[in-house]
Design a protein. Structure first.
Length: 366
């Protein structure tokens, strides 16, 4: 398919609409496609496998484009060894203790894939499925609509969950993610996106010099299995205080028991603004040499900041460089981990007749 938009008098009308190409094949022959789209100076590459953001290019302050999202250049690596690079996460982002929860008096056992716990939807989460992808161009926006239907009982979750995720690139180059889901039985849902950011470019080394701000006075401490204890602990006086901008590396070797346990940061920040009807700005990431910035706005109550602790030099990425510990970070907007087992956390229950709807906006600058 060729470009969908004609060149016009406005800069954004010169941008190309989504273009589809063959990325590879699964073992059973299923074709994996890659969609490329560009608008307002942001270039996005998306796979129908897991809705994976395979590349995201933005300019630095001199206009030089770099891919700032970790990924692979081939489908086999995504299937065999990805730590959720760029993927859509469902049905439940982050961990559910022992993969168990009770809803309306019924107990459920989910697929367990992280020690005794269920992580990111279980063994075959939303990141490991082919999604239906439809391109669109609407007004000055271009984007993709992704659909996946998870059948009743998949990975142990009750209800048929119909998920729809829309990736929009605006004429300002913002990347917006809209998540929607409906169910035919009461269930729990917590969708998110697992992009690994390195604003100096994927494969360029550590993100310890990236500056981060998170508008959160509390976070959810975890046990050794990274399951929240249920406490909403104050960040003040701890390495978890990102209310004032600081580098990721500044306090990462502080020796705080929560960090030692997680091998760095791998926690949910309790956003001061709480759940909001519209996305509000919650975090800013800046890479000082390139000047690139990423601002995140969300309607969600939580943000998982993961400092790439499990990257260990065994994966080689898109540009042929090896990813080592701390070579990227994730900022996952979400409800809190293990919320189904913590009545004091905002509820993740979705019932028939309701529509789960949430939006996260990524704004880039340099
Ligand atoms: C999330 C989790 C981390 C880790 C990564 C993937 O961010 O919180 O503990 O599992 O995904 O490796």
């Amino acid at each position: 398919m060729g470009p969908r938009r004609k060149a016009g008098p406005f800069p954004w009308e010169e941008e190309a609409g989504p273009v589809k190409s063959l990325f590879g094949k699964l073992a059973d022959g299923t074709k994996v496609h890659r969609w490329s789209l560009e608008n307002g100076g942001t270039r996005l590459k998306v796979l129908n496998w897991g809705g994976v953001v395979q590349g995201l290019e933005i300019p630095d302050r001199h206009g030089h484009y770099t891919n700032v999202a970790l990924g692979f250049d081939n489908i086999d690596d995504y299937v065999a060894k990805t730590p959720y690079f760029g993927a859509l996460i469902g049905r439940y982002g982050n961990r559910i203790a022992k993969g168990q929860f009770t809803l309306d008096g019924k107990s459920y056992q989910l697929s367990v894939n992280d020690g005794v716990n269920s992580l990111h939807g279980g063994k075959q989460g939303f990141d490991k499925h082919i999604w239906d992808v439809e391109p669109f161009a609407k007004g000055s926006d271009v984007g993709l609509v992704l659909h996946y239907t998870s059948i009743d009982g998949e990975m142990g979750y009750p209800g048929t969950l119909k998920a729809k995720v829309t990736y929009t690139l605006t004429r300002h180059g913002d990347w917006i993610i809209d998540y929607e889901a409906t169910t035919d039985k009461a269930t729990v849902v917590n969708l998110t996106s697992h992009v690994y950011w390195n604003l100096a470019g994927e494969g360029s080394g550590t993100v310890e010099d990236h500056e981060l701000t998170i508008a959160a006075g509390r976070y959810t401490p975890t046990d050794t299995g990274l399951i929240p204890t249920g406490e909403l602990a104050k960040v003040s006086g701890t390495p978890f205080d990102f209310r004032k901008t600081k580098t990721i590396g500044r306090d990462i070797r502080d020796g705080h028991v929560q960090q030692v346990q997680a091998k760095g940061y791998d926690h949910n920040w309790v956003l001061d603004k709480g759940i909001t009807s519209k996305p509000e700005h919650v975090a800013t990431l800046r890479e000082p040499r390139s000047g690139r910035t990423l601002k995140i706005a969300t309607d969600q109550p939580g943000l998982q900041f993961y400092s790439g602790n499990f990257l260990d030099g065994t994966l080689t990425g898109t540009g042929g460089r090896t990813y080592r510990q701390g070579d990227a970070l994730c900022l996952e907007t979400q409800h809190f981990p293990d919320a189904p087992n913590h009545p004091n956390f905002p509820s993740t229950v979705l019932r028939p007749g309701q529509t789960y709807r949430t939006r996260t906006v990524h704004t880039f600058g340099a």
